[in-house]
Write a protein that binds this ligand. Structure first.
Ligand SMILES: NC(=O)c1ccc[n+]([C@@H]2O[C@H](COP(=O)([O-])OP(=O)(O)OC[C@H]3O[C@@H](n4cnc5c(N)ncnc54)[C@H](O)[C@@H]3O)[C@@H](O)[C@H]2O)c1
Length: 475
């Protein structure tokens, strides 16, 4: 049964409104013509421009960016959209006219922008990794449960593709046999050498010098929840991802793509430990990322599968070659391999690149002979294989819940962020999933839940965490 969209969005907004303790923003009402969604974008200049393209079928009503010079080109295609520098003002002033918000800012600001938007009754989609620390993952899962009508999505494009659904069907048909070892590889970081895109810039000195922010760039708003610091021109745009305070390095950048298939298909979560196996290159646990590392997670046996160990190898390292390896060169760089007892399931850097069971002849025969069984096992396809269409359709009631909703996005991101902790601080980190703490490394608590900058605390938009009068009295 199709749900009437106007009725649906109204219900979503009303549900969100009802659950507010103190609503900060007005709740969206459906006003757009042609049954299009009214979408607002926070973060326009970088990958936000791709999200804008992906959602150009809808009404792009508002654009928010803290640097209108960097984002000018992307924004110029949408002259009718109202422009803002502070997303809080955008929600405040245009709240009634916005159905959904798309967040493409650096990792450290995803959490607060997302929570503020959900708290204002907006459907939200966010770039990967979902957030910057493990506690934030759990809180966004709670937010999703608290606002059940709001549709959420993380924009790791591969998760909406037919290929990842195929991978799941192959595994569920048992073709690989039991899987106990997984390798997820990545090529970079390729440090900027004065040419190309400066995704990763190795600082020549640390601490960095204090620079004046370029005109028109609001560094205070850019900082969002991150700890108070001064501006350095290396940070913005792009290269923030190599600095722990803002980004999550190569692992945070790519694991949500390359590690998506094994985490989803094998339901990897709650590892018993995460450890650093190797790390090379200048690096500083307080400042910036290493050149190359190997990280290992151990996921205990569940009632559906045996114990799984997973390795992350960045820096273009050569990885072990499975017995049925089917390429002239050994596996390295952007690559995923699930070593099964019988066969290896492999992809390139994303689940929809070079998706296969190793062994060309075996793979071809398997696909031909099991065509109907594979089709029957595959989760429903997404319109245009597009993460954006999946979210739009879910909001309009024209499609199911996004498979990459915050429930799964938080699971995937938490696995990545635990790996980031091992990469950053080294050693063996035992992990207690229930307590959300490391029994043997209590000093890491400050990074599992990072402090929130004064004025940017999230307490007021986490009503589920509010203590009752009696709880407060006795705690
Ligand atoms: N899905 C993908 O394939 C993919 C690819 C690249 C980046 N990403 C993710 O997208 C996010 C952004 O990465 P990027 O490479 O575009 O970074 P970027 O620095 O190039 O762009 C970020 C944009 O957001 C703006 N911005 C920053 N803070 C803001 C704030 N508080 N309010 C409004 N605007 C703000 C910046 O001015 C800039 O225009 C990151 O989380 C990254 O991991 C995803």
């Amino acid at each position: 049964m199709k749900i009437d969209r106007r009725k649906f969005i109204k219900t979503a907004s009303t549900a969100a409104a009802a659950s507010f303790v103190l609503p900060r923003f007005s709740i969206a009402e459906t006003k757009s013509p042609n049954e299009k969604l009214n979408v607002a974008f926070v973060g326009v200049g970088g990958i936000g421009s791709m999200a804008l393209n992906g959602m150009s079928s809808e009404n792009i009503v508002a654009l928010c960016d803290v640097d209108w010079k960097y984002s000018a080109r992307a924004a110029s295609k949408y002259p009718k959209a109202k422009r803002f520098t502070d997303y809080r003002q955008m929600l405040d002033k245009m709240g009634k006219d916005i159905d959904a918000v798309c967040v493409s800012t650096p990792d450290h600001s995803h959490f607060k922008i997302t929570l503020d938007s959900m708290s204002a009754g907006k459907h939200v989609c966010v770039q990967k990794p979902l957030v910057h620390n493990v506690w934030q993952c759990r809180e966004l899962q709670k937010a999703k449960a608290y606002y059940p009508k709001l549709k959420t999505q993380m924009m790791n494009q591969g998760h909406a593709t037919t290929q990842i659904r195929m991978l799941k069907a192959w595994y569920d048909l048992g073709v690989a046999g039991p899987i106990s070892e997984v390798y997820v590889g990545c090529g970079g970081p390729s440090w900027w050498k004065g040419k190309g895109t400066p995704y990763f810039v190795k600082p020549k000195v640390w601490p960095l010098t204090k620079d004046t922010p370029p005109e028109g760039f609001d560094f205070n708003l850019w900082l969002n929840q991150a700890q108070e610091t001064y501006f350095n021109k290396t940070y913005h745009p792009l290269a923030w991802r190599g600095f722990w305070n803002f980004g999550t390095g190569m692992l945070g950048d790519w694991f949500c793509h390359t590690g998506d298939a094994p985490v989803w298909i094998l339901d990897l979560k709650a590892p018993s430990k995460v450890e650093l196996i190797d790390r090379k290159g200048d690096y500083d646990p307080k400042a910036f990322i290493p050149d190359t590392s190997v990280v290992k997670w151990t996921f205990p046996k569940t009632d559906k599968r045996g114990e799984v160990v997973m390795y992350w190898c960045d820096g273009n390292r050569e990885m072990p070659k499975p017995k049925d390896w089917d390429r002239p060169n050994p596996p390295r760089g952007g690559c995923m391999m699930m070593f099964g007892k019988d066969h290896t399931i492999a992809t390139g850097a994303r689940p929809n690149i070079d998706t296969r069971i190793c062994g060309r002849e075996f793979f071809q025969n398997f696909r031909r002979e099991k065509k109907d069984e594979i089709a029957a096992k595959m989760p429903p396809k997404v319109r245009k294989d597009s993460i954006y269409c999946e979210w739009i359709d879910a909001i309009k009631g024209d499609g199911p819940e996004c498979l990459g909703s915050f429930d799964y996005a938080a699971q995937l991101t938490e696995v990545a962020l635990l790996g980031v902790l091992a990469q950053r601080f080294g050693g063996v980190i035992e992990w207690d999933h229930e307590k959300m703490a490391s029994p043997n490394r209590p000093e890491l608590n400050a990074f599992i839940k990072e402090p929130e900058r004064a004025g940017w605390e999230s307490d007021s938009v986490r009503p589920w965490a509010k203590k009752s009068f009696w709880n407060r009295l006795f705690s």
